[in-house]
Design a protein around this ligand. Structure first.
Ligand code: NAP
Length: 289
């Protein structure tokens, strides 16, 4: 088996951590991209112990900070000869957050973390991915988008400057943007060996202790939801499949569910015109070092 170098963002908890363990167990080198160095260090020890592999390293990476993203990408390029797999797993989705917050660069946090950050990190790591015999970029979206079949991204106001902010609409527009970015980037990279695919994550058990400010109603909703949820480990198997299965070496621009089946994201997401407009607006947010 060819040993791959894999970077997973948000790898200190949930599905990202479970995927890190699976990839390390399979003999790949895993870079844990974590925003908090203490939680990252704990994850590093726990992923090494659970996988029995020392081929795991920590990269301090805050997807809400463009400065952090640029620094982290530079470190990856210094420490490794290339990058084979980039999994954009980290996401902001804290429903106890009641008011809009902005990042160090002044961008609304959900839009910045879940969409702008992954685009910037991909851009910064493209040279490393191009050095891989077959690079793979994996975006993470949500099955919850199916509850919003008519959703479009408000590209005149993606940061909720002129509409009432709340986390769920901000989150779903950012996840829709990730699917559209997948389709757009797959076309951009079609003459390279890099594939770009997305995963439609289903209901997965969330560790609510990670969200101490959740009210009792939200906790009750999560507890009910957990009865219909799969484990992070089960969902991570789809991450591992997309990251490593040789059968997917030529598959690009696809959207997979938790059963590894290709699914549609609807007409709007598939529209090349809408994707181009999204990426024109996204470009205006990007800082290049
Ligand atoms: N769980 C579900 O039911 C579900 C459903 C649909 C889609 N998804 C998607 O699946 C992915 C993983 O979800 P999960 O359930 O495993 O979530 P989780 O357990 O809450 O873990 C999220 C991870 O992202 C990290 N993160 C958040 N903001 C970050 C930032 N600015 N920079 C770097 N890391 C950051 C968190 O780090 P900290 O510990 O520092 O907060 C944590 O490691 C996400 O993209 C999510 O949107 C999940």
């Amino acid at each position: 088996m060819e040993k791959k170098i894999c970077l997973i963002t948000g790898a200190n908890a949930g599905i990202g951590k479970a995927a890190a363990i699976q990839l390390a167990q399979a003999g790949h080198h895993v870079i844990l991209g974590c925003r908090n160095s203490q939680r990252g260090q704990q994850a590093l020890e726990s992923v090494r112990a659970a996988s029995g592999s020392s081929g795991v390293s920590l990269l301090v990476l805050d997807m809400a900070s463009q400065a952090s993203i640029i620094n982290a990408a530079q470190q990856v390029q210094r420490d490794h000869s290339g990058l084979d797999v980039l999994i954009h797993n980290a996401a902001a989705f804290d429903i106890s957050q009641k008011t809009k917050q902005v990042t160090p660069e002044g961008i609304e946090t959900v839009w910045a973390t879940n969409h702008v950050g992954p685009v910037l990190l991909t851009d910064a790591l493209l040279p490393a991915l191009k050095r891989s015999p077959q690079g793979r970029i994996i975006m993470i979206a949500s099955k919850g988008l199916m509850m919003h079949p008519r959703l479009k991204i408000d590209l005149d106001d993606p940061e909720f400057a002129n509409r009432k902010f709340s986390v769920p609409p901000a989150y779903y527009q950012s996840k829709l943007a990730q699917v559209m970015y997948t389709y757009w980037l797959a076309k951009e990279l079609e003459t390279t060996a890099i594939t770009v695919n997305a995963i439609r994550v289903t209901n997965v058990k969330v560790d609510v202790s990670r969200y101490p400010d959740l009210g009792w109603l939200a906790k009750a909703a999560y507890s009910l939801k957990s009865r219909f949820s799969i484990s992070p480990e089960a969902m991570a198997e789809t991450y591992t499949y997309l990251a490593t299965d040789p059968a997917l070496a030529m598959v690009t621009g696809a959207y997979f569910d938790e059963n590894r089946k290709q699914v549609s994201a609807g007409k709007y997401a598939a529209s090349a015109r809408a994707q181009t407009r999204l990426m024109e607006v996204t470009q205006t947010y990007l800082r290049h070092a």
